[in-house]
Design a protein around this ligand. Structure first.
Ligand code: GTP
Ligand code: MG
Length: 189
């Protein structure tokens, strides 16, 4: 797969404001700052299609990207951003759950885990929730360029063990692995 025409479609604050689409969509889920927006830019080979930032909590809306008119990617707000008020976090959690449980276009979720750290408690809680509701989920480990070469295998194995799922390493600094394209292909038919 080679992405030729990626386009930003719209931002949505809730399920009811999500676009009417004729294609399926993939939702990107992970803690703030894990690299979800950077992932979109990398696979689309664009610098600023999705807004990235060193300041966590940049993405507060669900951002829709239409990829070659074949599928959509939804960049979801990162969880675990402490500076957002408790009340706002709770409101967003409800919107997110509503979206994940009811969005008909949703094919599967990709959960992003930061390769520099162990799986965090909120990552695990999120995964348990996804599993409980039977949502199909893939795992991608980000920022692998920070992980020393001799630690890569251990890092991947640790995360796989904690989540009880296979995980694909990823970095904005190195070529994209075929397994990632394989996942994206799945949503095209
Ligand atoms: N070195 C390196 N930096 C990365 C990688 N992925 C993301 N970053 C950096 O990490 C920071 C956060 O990346 P974002 O893509 O904005 O993270 P996000 O998950 O979209 O964050 P929110 O929108 O807050 O949920 C940015 O400064 C990125 O440049 C990576 O693979 N390697
Ligand atoms: Mg983002």
């Amino acid at each position: 797969m080679k992405i030729i025409k990626p386009e930003f479609l719209k931002s949505s604050d809730s399920l009811k404001n999500c676009p009417d689409l004729a294609v399926k969509e993939i939702a990107l889920l992970g803690r703030s700052n894990v690299g979800k927006s950077s992932f979109i830019n990398k696979i689309c080979n664009r610098k600023n299609l999705a807004k990235t930032s060193n300041t966590p909590g940049k993405t507060r809306l669900m951002n829709y990207f239409l990829i070659d008119e074949k599928f959509a990617i939804v960049d979801l707000p990162g969880y675990g951003y402490a500076k957002v008020s408790q009340q706002e976090q709770e409101k967003w959690r409800k919107e997110l759950e509503n979206y994940l449980l009811k969005r008909e276009n949703l094919a599967f979720v990709i959960q992003f885990i930061d390769g520099r750290h162990d799986v965090q408690k909120n990552d695990l809680m999120m995964r348990e929730w996804l599993n409980f509701h039977g949502l199909k989920t893939y795992t991608i480990i980000t920022k692998m360029d920070y992980v020393p070469k001799n630690q890569i295998l251990k890092t991947v194995k640790n995360i796989e063990k904690t989540l009880n799922d296979s995980a694909i390493p990823f970095s904005t600094q190195t070529p994209i692995k075929q397994e990632i394209w394989d996942i994206l292909e799945e949503v095209c038919d």
